[in-house]
Design a protein around this ligand. Structure first.
Ligand code: PGA
Length: 223
């Protein structure tokens, strides 16, 4: 698979923000699937600055920690702070994985599913919180976070012991049903796993490698 290498983080952020802008302008009723973490922060800033009309857009987040959602580290807090509270999206139009998971999945499937899904990749090859070994047939569910993910994400918490050990994530099959997928990765530390996932064996040991089986994926990287 082609990895589009961009000049720097700014260009990575603006390239993906431009794709989201085109999607929303062309299809105001778009359904988007959105990531959290460090990588998309610049993209969210760019999107806010574009002052798009979000009133008909519907979003689904890829994953949430199992934790008190009022804490600043929760992905609910992250999304409000970095995107939702800075746009005119309706609060009942954005969704985080909820129980029962079949109802969450039905909500995604309703009116033709996800149009555009933006993903990051973990240093262990995870997409959303589908850790190595996740079934390619997996759907929304509770997962245990891997040691690597807990270590990687500890920078957002007071200490590694403060990182939640469980999360709810969309499954790999759920993600693969999206019509278009963009994978964004930033930093040298992601380059090796990105190459393995995009050009190595398609295996459940490297969850992101499933993207090789999708017809409409674009991959963007900056160091
Ligand atoms: P990051 O996380 O953007 O914080 O590196 C990506 C991921 O774990 O999917």
């Amino acid at each position: 698979m082609k990895i589009n290498v961009l000049k720097n983080y700014k260009e990575l952020s603006s390239t993906v923000a431009d794709i989201v802008e085109t999607q929303i302008k062309k299809h105001p009723l778009s359904k988007l699937c959105l990531p959290t973490g460090s990588t998309p922060l610049g993209m969210y800033d760019e999107l806010v600055n574009k002052k798009l009309d979000w009133k008909s857009v519907i979003t689904f987040n890829l994953d949430v920690y199992l934790m008190n959602i009022t804490r600043p580290q929760s992905y609910q807090s992250y999304m409000r702070k970095n995107l939702f509270d800075r746009t005119n999206i309706y609060p009942d139009h954005y969704h985080f994985p909820f129980r029962p998971f079949s109802a969450f999945e039905d909500k995604i499937k309703g009116s033709k599913g996800i149009d555009l899904c933006i993903l990051g990749i973990g240093t262990n090859g995870h997409i959303a919180f589908n850790e190595p070994g996740s079934s390619f047939k997996s759907r929304t569910r509770v997962v245990n976070l891997s040691e690597q993910t807990i270590k990687d994400n500890s920078r957002f918490f007071d200490s590694v012991d403060d990182v939640p050990t469980q999360a709810i994530t969309m499954g790999l099959e759920t993600i693969m049903e999206s019509k278009k997928i963009i994978l964004m990765a930033n930093g040298d530390h992601k380059l090796n796993i990105l190459n393995v996932a995009m050009n190595g064996e398609v295996t459940e040991d490297v969850p992101a490698s499933i993207l090789q089986n999708h017809k409409n994926v674009k991959v963007y990287y900056s160091d």
